[in-house]
Design a protein around this ligand. Structure first.
Ligand SMILES: Cc1cc2nc3c(=O)[nH]c(=O)nc-3n(C[C@H](O)[C@H](O)[C@H](O)COP(=O)(O)OP(=O)(O)OC[C@H]3O[C@@H](n4cnc5c(N)ncnc54)[C@H](O)[C@@H]3O)c2cc1C
Length: 382
């Protein structure tokens, strides 16, 4: 089999890029090792309003809840509440199922139960239920998640991982999102999901994430219907492409540094990458590196500042985090908060001179670890 573009993975990032390419008339073969579409119930499905508006294909049928209130709770129990059009909770399984129908109707040759094994030159080895097959390509795209084989075989290494847990709880908690800081930058949450509630957490190990999620479940009350755990990339790749192969989404570590949400960053990647793929196929020279540059130009500030804040939190005591928490001006935060550019909106809600004094009075490990992410020529890869 041959294709102009082979896409490995049909999660949200693979589906977004295949949809955008197919709409431009590109010949796409897409493979996914899972048995079928819509298998992402672990995801909270929280999307910022920018992300929602930028989606190239969307349906109001995916919208489950409008989050109009969010409460942030510090490790010592103080809280700050913001209000406004904060985010949507969408049905991620339905979103992916509908995108699968769309890409199929746009002509993508998509097959589930087909696993990418490796690459040799311009051929990929794919294992299907009936045996092994070669797929020839001009360009290959890895959207195969946080343990990406495509990234490992072309860019090298695996990304370090954190773990996210969601528990579906039979209980109604209103349209409010609650975030509780647990340790450093790790946190737990409660949010509505249609008629039920999701409680969850992100932690350095699955055990700790489950323990924090259980604590939230005991506060909410109600029967736990299902517990879902999934890895989350703990750092971002410094390069997303090499010659004619590129990666995006969790495979590239493209998740927000603080909330660890991945859909918005994957969408920006799919938009930039599809543009570069079309340009390369129309010209006589394949070069996907402009995709990297454009992605970093759009999101680099948010990512570098985000890693600096995260690293600072991860190296600070509870007392220090409490003091930093108290610096956030709730009126400005409520006015400026943007789920998709959360770090920049958070930092703009803090008085710069007070923030500076807190940072310079911090233990040198915290200040140094944060500073390294702000020096542009240093690699942000962990
Ligand atoms: C608990 C939790 C809550 C979250 N909440 C949010 C949220 O509210 N908002 C948000 O924006 N993000 C959230 N995220 C993150 C978001 O779910 C991910 O960033 C996003 O789903 C990543 O999509 P992806 O397509 O890059 O990877 P994946 O969804 O992991 O898809 C990768 C696909 O590749 C396939 N694959 C893997 N290996 C191979 C192979 N060798 N050959 C063929 N196919 C392969 C897999 O079967 C899979 O279908 C959450 C994550 C977790 C864990």
């Amino acid at each position: 089999m041959r294709a102009e573009v082979l896409i490995v993975g049909a999660g949200i990032s693979g589906l977004l890029v295949s949809y955008l390419l197919a709409r431009e008339g590109v010949d796409v073969v897409q493979v996914d090792s899972s048995p079928g579409p819509g298998r992402r119930p672990h995801c909270s499905g929280i999307l910022g309003m920018d992300c929602w508006r930028l989606l190239p294909f969307r349906s109001d049928g995916w919208r489950l809840n409008n989050i109009r209130e969010a409460t942030f709770i510090s490790p010592k129990g103080s809280s700050k509440t913001i209000r406004g059009d904060i985010a949507l909770v969408v049905d991620r399984e339905r979103m992916e199922e509908d995108l699968v129908s769309e890409v199929l109707s746009e002509g993508v040759k998509l097959s589930f139960g087909s696993k990418f094994i490796g690459v040799s030159g311009r051929k990929a080895l794919i294992k299907t239920q009936s045996g092994r097959t070669d797929v020839g390509f001009f360009i290959a795209i890895g959207a195969d998640g946080s343990r990406s084989k495509v990234a490992h075989s072309t860019l090298g290494g695996y990304l370090p991982l954190d773990f996210g847990v969601n528990m579906a709880v039979r209980s109604r908690t209103g349209e409010r999102y609650i975030v509780r800081l647990r340790r450093g930058s790790y946190f737990s949450w409660v949010h509505p999901r249609g008629d039920i509630t999701y409680v969850g957490a992100v932690g350095p190990t699955p055990e700790l994430a489950v323990e924090w999620a259980r604590k939230e479940a005991s506060v909410v009350g109600g029967e736990i219907i299902k517990t879902m755990c999934h890895p989350i990339p703990a750092s971002i790749r410094s390069r997303f492409s090499s010659k004619n192969i590129a990666v995006l989404g969790d495979a590239a570590g493209q998740v927000k540094p603080l909330s660890r949400g991945g859909v918005f960053f994957s969408l920006i990647a799919a938009m930039n990458l599809s543009r570069e793929v079309v340009r390369s196929l129309e010209g006589d020279h394949i070069d996907l590196t402009t995709y990297d540059r454009r992605w970093w130009k759009t999101l680099g500030g948010e990512v570098r500042l985000g890693y600096a804040v995260r690293s600072f939190l991860d190296n600070s005591s509870e007392e220090k985090i409490e003091r930093m928490f108290s610096l956030v001006n709730i009126e400005s935060f409520s006015e400026l908060f943007n789920t998709d550019k959360q770090v920049i909106s958070l930092l703009r809600s803090v008085s710069p001179d007070k923030l500076f004094l807190e940072v310079i009075s911090s233990p040198s490990a915290a200040a140094k670890s944060a500073a390294k992410f702000l020096i542009p020529w240093l690699d942000v890869k962990g």
